[in-house]
Design a protein. Structure first.
Length: 264
């Protein structure tokens, strides 16, 4: 169990690196949950719980200075506890929400602390010893890694027995309610996603996708590939339009400059 807890904690730390680095998508609850399930030997439950949390947290992004609940730790711990306790989605969702909110506070503290690294970098620049700035980057990366590694490790390794004890004491009716809530909450996430999609120029693509899926019975993969084609065509049209506007603007400026030279 120790090795699995360490591997899960390392995975959580890697996911937060992805969040502040290349953005490969590993920070998403679905991927984070699937890999956690793979580490713990239950890929199916990892996919189910991770998918539920993905729907629940759709549209959860940083807006300005707002720091949202940490979906990485919530997803990893939620999937781990759901698998280790055998309670599935209900326990996973019940644990994921408070864990995500707890690590949210850790993130706020860490971002505040990291400001000191920025001030330190300013002093290094003034001193001219630029090679030391690289060390600050590694310090920041290490702190972000530990901010997810430590709490996830403790929750998975030390929290399993205590959580099993607590879950065994919780009445069945409460778990039934959590199970129902886990099916309702994804609908809220879908509603948030639909709200973002119902923009001025986007609703037509939503309607087109609904018609194709409903009346032509195209599989999900085919529908996704078709959406990719339409997205590419839309991007080409927008890009061509912007280039045309720039060309017209440039021609107008050139003609105006030529007229001024003739007047002179």
């Amino acid at each position: 169990m120790l090795i699995k807890a360490i591997l899960v904690a390392i995975w959580a730390g890697f996911c937060v690196w992805d969040q502040y680095g290349p953005h490969l998508g590993f920070r998403k609850p679905l991927l984070a949950g699937v890999v956690t399930g793979l580490i713990l030997g239950d890929l199916k439950q990892g996919l189910i719980i991770g998918g539920t949390l993905e729907l629940m947290w759709l549209g959860m992004n940083n807006v300005g200075a707002y720091i949202p609940p940490d979906v990485i730790s919530g997803s990893v711990v939620g999937v781990a506890i759901g698998i280790l306790t055998g309670q599935g989605v209900a326990a996973g969702v019940a644990v994921a929400i408070p864990v995500a909110m707890l690590i949210q506070q850790v993130s706020m503290f860490l971002q505040t602390f990291n400001i000191t690294l920025v001030h330190r970098a300013d002093k290094i620049i003034l001193s001219g010893d630029y090679r030391k700035i690289d060390k600050l980057q590694y310090i920041g990366m290490g702190l972000w890694f530990l901010s997810r590694f430590i709490p996830v490790f403790l929750a998975v390794y030390l929290g399993t027995a205590s959580i099993e004890f607590i879950t065994n004491k919780i009445p069945e009716s409460i778990f039934t309610g959590l199970s129902v809530a886990s099916k309702i909450i994804p609908a809220v996430g879908m509603a948030m996603l639909l709200t973002m999609m119902m923009k001025k120029y986007m609703w037509m693509f939503l309607l087109l996708g609904f018609v194709i899926a409903s009346y032509f019975q195209i599989p999900l993969l085919g529908l996704a590939l078709l959406g990719l084609v339409f997205a590419g065509i839309y991007d080409l049209i927008i890009t061509s339009r912007e280039k045309s506007i720039k060309t017209e603007t440039s021609s107008t400026i050139t003609e105006y400059d030529s007229e001024e030279e003739l007047d002179l």
